[in-house]
Design a protein around this ligand. Structure first.
Ligand code: COA
Length: 218
């Protein structure tokens, strides 16, 4: 099957460049994974950006969240927002939850809920960067107690990225998503954490290069 690669349209790339050049917002001090997202060019990852994430979600009304209609689960939802000079350019929601049917130490699971990159910024590697980031945040925060991280991938790009990270797909009948799971029981999560850190650094370099080109051209 041929793989479709998004190309950012020229006009929208220009718009993104102008938007970032004129950005006057300041980053809030909630930076995360700062060992990776370092540098003084305003490229940052922020944790706790649920409002910003909800703003992106309103632009994609067809997406279904695992916490819709589940207020208890919704309490655990968190979000990562990628910003350039304070301007949000993509977000991913995720949660870590305890399974009361399991015994410690491996009695928590992680879920990647929804990843969204606005149309003007697609194809630059941000989806991959956000998915790697969410995995890394969960592993660094809860690695020793996680038995699994999963996602209902509603977009082929999400499934492709997760599978390249070691997730196993399971297509469920009569659904429009693919269940993707990274099993962590019996796995060396610290080794995985190191591997994802390296991948995220590479991904960030690629995104930074790609978006800088757009900003320069804009
Ligand atoms: C899904 C989405 C987040 C991807 O964001 P993005 O920034 O364009 O993704 P990336 O540029 O990081 O691309 C990720 C990978 O997927 C690949 N890809 C893109 N579209 C694809 C497709 N239709 N089928 C298979 N692979 C695809 C890319 O080639 C890239 O692979 P590579 O890194 O090996 O080159 C974005 O399209 C989006 O926000 N869509 C609307 C919301 C949505 O459906 N979210 C998913 C809900 S779970």
């Amino acid at each position: 099957m041929a793989r479709f690669r998004f190309r950012t349209p020229w006009a929208t790339a220009l718009r993104l460049g102008r938007m970032i050049k004129s950005g006057e917002h300041r980053d809030k001090d909630k930076g995360i994974l700062t060992d990776v997202f370092s540098g003084d060019d305003g490229f940052r990852l922020e944790q706790g950006g649920l409002d910003t994430y909800q703003g992106f979600r309103h632009q994609e009304p067809n997406l279904v969240s695992i916490v819709d209609g589940k207020p208890e689960m919704a309490k655990n939802l968190d979000a990562l927002v990628f910003r350039i000079k304070g301007i949000p350019i993509g977000a991913v929601s995720y949660l870590v939850q305890r399974n009361t049917h399991k015994s410690p130490p491996k009695d928590f699971y992680g879920r990647i809920d929804i990843v969204i990159v606005p149309g003007s910024a697609r194809g630059a590697g941000l989806g991959r960067l956000l998915l790697l980031s969410a995995n890394l945040v969960m592993l660094r925060g809860h690695g020793s107690s996680l038995y699994s991280i999963s996602c209902l991938a509603a977009h082929p790009a999400v499934a492709a990225v997760l599978e390249s990270m070691g997730y196993t797909p399971a297509r469920r009948e009569n659904t429009s998503f693919v269940h993707e799971e990274l099993r962590l029981e019996g796995e060396d999560w610290q080794n995985l954490e190191r591997d994802f850190s390296i991948r995220l650094r590479q991904s960030f370099q690629q995104v930074r290069y790609s978006l800088r080109q757009q900003i320069v051209n804009g």
